[in-house]
Design a protein around this ligand. Structure first.
Ligand code: SF4
Length: 704
C-alpha cells in the first residue's frame, strides 16, 4: 500500500485527504487534518475515489467517423484530424477562427499552459473559460476596489473569532459543508446574517439565536446592501478615520446610500425594516469601530451571478469599507470561490483579457515580460478576446470561431440558455473536447481526447484563500490516456509553434513562477520543494524564501495610491423581470450531492442515489394557486426554453419564486431556461434570476 496527501477534486475548499492505493491500483480515501476542513469531508469528498472507477471512462481517443459515430482512434489519427481542422479554419478565417474554452478545475500548470497554447501555438485571442460563469463579478469588483482579486484575502479560519458575518448569496452548508465549522463562533454570538431568497440549509443556521435571515426578492440583494449602508451611516457607525486614511470616493458613495432608506428597501426587496435594522446593528456592534471582536462581509454566487453582479459585490465592499473592515486583522471582505481551482484558474491566462500573474493583456510592460518568458516577440501576442457567453455566441457568425477546444468544462450543461449553446456547437467545423468522462459536451465533439483525472496527475491548485496546494498522483492513468500538458506540447510541435511547451508539471510551475513574477498574483517564490515541505504559501510570494501573504491589505490596498476605491452603485432591474406571461422568478443553485454540471458526481452511484434528477422547489401557496401537488412533474418556461422537474413543496422559499438545481442535463436542465444577459464589466451571465411560467405537465396534457 502506498499513500499520498492530496486534496479533494471538487470545490475550492480543497479539503485535505490522504489517498492510498492497494496493489491492484484501487484507491481508498481518508480525510486528513487541514485548516479548511479540519478532518471533515462532505459526501462528495468521501466518495471521490469512486470517480476513478467510473465504467464509462474515456480511455482512448475518439474521432467521429463518416457514419457520424464516435469511434476509437489512435492518437496520431486524432492529432491529424485536429491539425488539419485548425489549418483549414485559420486559412479561411484567420487565427481567431480557432477558439479555446477552459475550466476552473484545471491545475495551475494546465491553466497557464492552456493560455500559452492559445496565444502562441494557435495565435488566437479567443480563449475564455467556465470561471466566467462562476467568479467573474467578484473578481471585477475586487479588482476595481482593491486593485487585486483574491477570493478570501485572509485564511478561512479567521472567521472563527468574528462577532458578525454577513453572508450574501452563499449556501455553504450544501456547497462546502466542512466550512460551516468556521461559523460556530459567530453563531454562538448570534452574529450570522444570511441573505438568500430561500431558507437554505445555511440560512437555517441563523435560527435558535444564531443570527438573522434576510429573504429578499431575487435580484434585489443590492437594495439590501444599500439599505444596510444607509443604516450604518445614519446610525453613526461609519469608521471615519479608516475612510479618510484608507479609501477614496466615500462622499459620493455615502450620498448614493442616503437614497436607500429602510422603508424604500422593504418596498423593493421585501425585507422588513426591523430585520434590516437588526442586521445593521449586529454588523456595527461587531465591527472594530463599534468595539466588537470583528466582522466580515462575504459574497457568493447568489449575489454575483447577475447582469449587474459587479455592482452588487461593489455594494457589499462599500458596506465593508464604511465599517472599516478590509485589511483589518479579525475583519474583512471576501468572496467564496466555487470551483476547485477557481482561484488559480483565474490568475494565469485563461481569461480573455489576461496574461499570467493576473496581468492585463493590454498592458505593454506585461506583454513584454510574458513574451520574454515565452521567447516570442511581444507584438505577436494577440490582444483581448471575448468573454465566455460572447465567445460561444460568436460561433456560426461571420468571423466567428470555426474550431473550438474545450478543456475541463461542460458548457452544454453549465452555460446559460444551454439549448442555444448546443445549437451553436453544432455549427462548428471541429469541436475538440478533452475529458475523462463522456460529458454531454464531449458527446457532441468531433474529437474526444482522454485525459487523466485528479488522482492520476501532479500539479498545484490554489484554494479559496489563495493558498497554493499540491495535487499528487496516487495511481497512473489508464495506458492510452495522455496528460493535457503532453497533448498541448504535441500539438504545438505539429503546428510549428515558435516556442517550447513543457510537459512536466514541475517544469511548468517553474516557468509559471517566472511568468507571474512581478504580477499581481505573484508566484515567483512558489516552489514544489517548499510545498512538499508543508509550507503554507498564500500568494503573493514574490521571491524564494518569502513566507507568502496569508492576510492582504494590512498596510495598503493594491491600488496605485494604496487606498481602496469606493464606487457608487445603484439598483438596476433584473434583465428578464416578471410580467403577466412569466409571473414567477426562477433562481438556480447547487445541492449537497452534486457538483457543477454534474459530469463527475452524476457518475458516483452513492451521490446519484441521494439526488438523481432535477426538481422544482416551490412554496405550498404558490403551488396551490397553480394546481400543483407534491411529486407532480412541472414545467418551468422562460423566453428561452423549458425545463421539467418534480415538484417539491416547501415553505422555505418565497411565494413568488421557484428554485431548480443546475446540475442536470436533458429535460431537467435548468440552464435551458436561464438568461444569458451579461454584466457589462465582468461578462457574468444572469444565472440567478429570470422570469418564468410554471405549469403542471399533466395539466397541460389534459387541456391539450
Ligand atoms: Fe471539501 Fe468541497 Fe470536496 Fe466537499 S466538495 S469534501 S467541501 S473540497
Amino acid at each position: 500500500m502506498t499513500g499520498v496527501d492530496s486534496h479533494c477534486p471538487y470545490c475550492a475548499l480543497q479539503c485535505g485527504i490522504r489517498l492510498t492505493a492497494d496493489t491492484s491500483g484501487v484507491v481508498s480515501l481518508q480525510p486528513r487534518e487541514f485548516p479548511t476542513n479540519r478532518g471533515g469531508l462532505c459526501q462528495k469528498g468521501w466518495t471521490a475515489a469512486q470517480l476513478l472507477r467510473v465504467p464509462d471512462r474515456v480511455t482512448a481517443p475518439l474521432v467521429r467517423d463518416d457514419s457520424g459515430a464516435l469511434a476509437e482512434s489512435t492518437w496520431d489519427e486524432a492529432y491529424a484530424r485536429i491539425v488539419s481542422g485548425i489549418r483549414g479554419a485559420q486559412a479561411a478565417g484567420g487565427p481567431d477562427a480557432v477558439a479555446v474554452f477552459g475550466g476552473g478545475g484545471l491545475t495551475n500548470e494546465k491553466a497557464y499552459t492552456l493560455g500559452k497554447f492559445a496565444r502562441v501555438a494557435l495565435g488566437t485571442s479567443r480563449i475564455d473559460y467556465n470561471g466566467r460563469f462562476c467568479m467573474s463579478s467578484a473578481a471585477a469588483a475586487g479588482n476595481r476596489a482593491f486593485g487585486l482579486d483574491r477570493g478570501l484575502p485572509f485564511p478561512l479560519t479567521d472567521l472563527a473569532g468574528a462577532g458578525a458575518v454577513l453572508l450574501v448569496g452563499s449556501n455553504l452548508s450544501e456547497t462546502m459543508p466542512p466550512s460551516v465549522q468556521h461559523l460556530t463562533g459567530v453563531r454562538e454570538r448570534g452574529g450570522l446574517i444570511v441573505v438568500d431568497p430561500r431558507r437554505s440549509a445555511t440560512a437555517a443556521l441563523t435560527e435558535s439565536g444564531g443570527g438573522i435571515h434576510l429573504q429578499p426578492v431575487p435580484g434585489t440583494d443590492i437594495a439590501v446592501l444599500l439599505g444596510l449602508l444607509h443604516l450604518v451611516v445614519h446610525g453613526g457607525h461609519c469608521d471615519a478615520g479608516y475612510l479618510a486614511d484608507r479609501t477614496t470616493g466615500w462622499e459620493v458613495v455615502c450620498d448614493a446610500a442616503s437614497l436607500w432608506w429602510p422603508e424604500r428597501v422593504e418596498r423593493v426587496s421585501g425585507v422588513p425594516v426591523d430585520r434590516l435594522r437588526a442586521a445593521a446593528a449586529c454588523l456595527a456592534a461587531a465591527s472594530p469601530i463599534g468595539g466588537g471582536c470583528g466582522a466580515y462581509v462575504l459574497t457568493g454566487r447568489g449575489a454575483e451571478q447577475h447582469a449587474h453582479g459587479t455592482d452588487t459585490v461593489t455594494a457589499a465592499i462599500n458596506l465593508a469599507l464604511a465599517l472599516g473592515l478590509p485589511g483589518r486583522p479579525g475583519s474583512g471582505y471576501g468572496c467564496i470561490t466555487g470551483q476547485g481551482n477557481g482561484q488559480g484558474g483565474r490568475e494565469h491566462g485563461q481569461k480573455a483579457d489576461q496574461l499570467p500573474g493576473y496581468r492585463s493583456i493590454t498592458d505593454r510592460a506585461a506583454r513584454a515580460h510574458v513574451a520574454g518568458v515565452w521567447g516570442v516577440p511581444a507584438a505577436d501576442l494577440p490582444g483581448p478576446g471575448l468573454p465566455a457567453v460572447q465567445l460561444l455566441d460568436a460561433i456560426g457568425e461571420p468571423g466567428g470561431p470555426r474550431v473550438l477546444f474545450v478543456h475541463g468544462a461542460n458548457p452544454v450543461v453549465s452555460a446559460p440558455d444551454s439549448d442555444r449553446v448546443r445549437a451553436k456547437l453544432a455549427q462548428l467545423e471541429l469541436l475538440v473536447v478533452a475529458d475523462f468522462v463522456p460529458s454531454e459536451t464531449a458527446m457532441l465533439a468531433d474529437v474526444v481526447l482522454p485525459v487523466p483525472q485528479w488522482a492520476e496527475e501532479e500539479g498545484t491548485m490554489t484554494s479559496l484563500e489563495g493558498r497554493v496546494l499540491r495535487r499528487r498522483r496516487a495511481i497512473p492513468p489508464p495506458a492510452n490516456v495522455r496528460d493535457e500538458l503532453q497533448i498541448w506540447r504535441d500539438l504545438a510541435q505539429l503546428l510549428d509553434a515558435p516556442t517550447e511547451f513543457a510537459a512536466d508539471p514541475a517544469a511548468v510551475l517553474d516557468e509559471l513562477a517566472r511568468a507571474s513574477a512581478g504580477g499581481v498574483a505573484d508566484y515567483a517564490g512558489v516552489e514544489l520543494a517548499r510545498l512538499d515541505a508543508g509550507e503554507a504559501l498564500h500568494w503573493p510570494v514574490p521571491q524564494t524564501g518569502h513566507p507568502g501573504t496569508p492576510r492582504l491589505f494590512l498596510d495598503r490596498f493594491a491600488t496605485p495610491d494604496g487606498r481602496a476605491r469606493m464606487v457608487p452603485v445603484d439598483v438596476t432591474p433584473v434583465a428578464d423581470d416578471v410580467r403577466d406571461d412569466a409571473p414567477i422568478y426562477l433562481i438556480t443553485g447547487r445541492i449537497l450531492q452534486q457538483y457543477q454540471s454534474g459530469a463527475q458526481t452524476r457518475r458516483v452511484p452513492e451521490l446519484l442515489r441521494g439526488e438523481s434528477s432535477s426538481f422544482v422547489q416551490l412554496h405550498p401557496l404558490l403551488a396551490a394557486g397553480l394546481g400543483i401537488e407534491e411529486g407532480d412533474t412541472v414545467r418551468v418556461t422562460s423566453a428561452r426554453g423549458t425545463a421539467c422537474g418534480i415538484a417539491r413543496l416547501s415553505a422555505d422559499i418565497r411565494r413568488d419564486t421557484v428554485f431548480m438545481p443546475f446540475h442536470f442535463p436533458g429535460p431537467g436542465a435548468a440552464n435551458a431556461v436561464t438568461n444569458p444577459a451579461t454584466d457589462p464589466i465582468s461578462g457574468m451571465p444572469e444565472f440567478k434570476v429570470c422570469a418564468v411560467q410554471v405549469t403542471r405537465v399533466d395539466a397541460e396534457v389534459a387541456t391539450a
